[in-house]
Ligand binder design. Structure first.
Ligand code: PLP
Length: 354
């Protein structure tokens, strides 16, 4: 198999620094779900740590475990999918902070903490309108009251209050923020003193200062991927860090057959809708199957490299461009890439710098 994702660690450094500068004084929580959006936790996370990132957003316990392996003890890991006591126990073993968006989960966290004689660090999630997960506003007062009791009993410590917003329209986001601020007031009135409020992700976090609070959870922009809504990554001076290439394995008439396809995570609906970068310039992706077919170029030969997505320079598409060709969000292409596709890490420029 010739397909490989080349990850530019220097570009990762630059993106993270730009995002940190933009968010300051709010802290960056680097979101690393889906194996750091397909780029590889084991390399991305230590790199971020070296730049002073001390919070990692892990989604599930398996991801949290990979982060802990990569960073060792100390850096904070936030895991917000802990559906049962097993996962909660695993999260506490990893010394992770847990996101709690449900009154039953709050009870489970307390029960697990009690059984382990450990105090769980909890971030309570208010549902500010997405209805995906989160404590409903009408249940919030009871939930924070209960959390206060559990905190007084030494089982939990409410260190944060958070929510997730659509970042699709300013009006909806503003309404969500008002609901969020109200929830924080209710929690404080109940005697909780959460030090961390976190609400926004890439789009609102980078463009709207009032959404940053003490911490902002950013994934897409750190990888140079544009999220739904908001400015493009390029507008903010961010570069895609992953370049996916595959080689020509055969020439058939006017077409080149390339060594990448659906089993590598290339979505078949891209056929006929997207261009890829070839030595002859941008060419249409004609079919996506087990292998894929690309409109040819003069002088093409087996072994030529084709850029499926990359930095967007020299006419190559970005993964955001491919996602837009499918009317989906930027990260959707990057996170689908099969773990079997080889990852290579390009560290050349930063080695020169240091
Ligand atoms: C994925 C995710 C983020 C990061 O979103 P980006 O748009 O990639 O920055 C933040 N918070 C939660 C809860 C998420 O699931």
């Amino acid at each position: 198999m010739t397909a490989r994702l080349i990850v530019d660690l220097h570009a990762l450094d630059t993106n993270i620094r730009r995002v940190q500068t933009r968010l300051a004084p709010a802290e960056l929580m680097l979101v690393v779900k889906n194996d750091a959006y397909g780029h590889g936790i084991s390399r991305v996370v230590p790199r971020a740590l070296a730049l002073g990132v001390s919070w990692f957003g892990a989604f599930d316990v398996a991801t949290a475990a990979a982060v802990r392996r990569a960073v060792g003890d100390g850096p904070r890991i936030f895991v917000w999918l802990v559906p049962g006591r097993q996962e909660i126990g695993d999260a506490l073993t990893l010394d992770a902070d847990v996101g709690v968006g449900d009154a039953d989960v709050l009870e489970d966290v307390a029960a697990v903490a009690a059984a382990r004689s450990q105090r769980a660090r909890v971030h309570l999630k208010i549902d500010t309108g997405l209805h995906r997960n989160g404590i409903r506003p009408e249940e919030w007062a009871d939930a924070v009251g209960r959390a206060r009791s559990l905190q007084d009993a030494g089982l939990i410590e409410v260190v944060g209050i958070w929510s997730h917003i659509a970042e699709a329209s300013d009006d909806e986001d503003d309404a969500a923020r008002a609901a969020f601020d109200h929830a924080v007031e209710v929690a404080r009135a109940a005697g909780l003193t959460p030090a961390l409020r976190h609400l926004a992700a890439s789009a609102a976090g980078t463009t709207r200062p009032e959404f940053r609070y003490e911490m902002t959870r950013v994934g897409a922009f750190c990888y140079g991927i544009a999220p739904a809504g908001g400015p493009s990554a390029a507008d903010l001076g961010l570069t895609p860090i992953g370049t996916l290439t595959a080689s020509v394995i055969a020439v058939e008439g006017n077409d080149a057959i390339i060594d990448i396809g659906v089993f590598d995570g290339l979505p078949s609906p891209l056929a006929g809708r997207a261009d890829v970068g070839t030595p002859g310039g941008a060419r249409r992706l004609l079919t996506v199957g087990e292998e894929s077919r690309v409109e040819g170029w003069p002088g093409m030969v087996p072994g030529d490299d084709v850029v499926i997505y990359g930095t967007g320079s020299q006419g190559d598409p970005t993964s955001t461009d491919l996602a837009e060709a499918l009317d989906t969000i930027g990260e959707e292409i990057a996170v689908r890439l099969s773990p079997a596709v080889r990852r290579e890490y390009d560290d050349a420029r930063s080695a020169l710098q240091s």
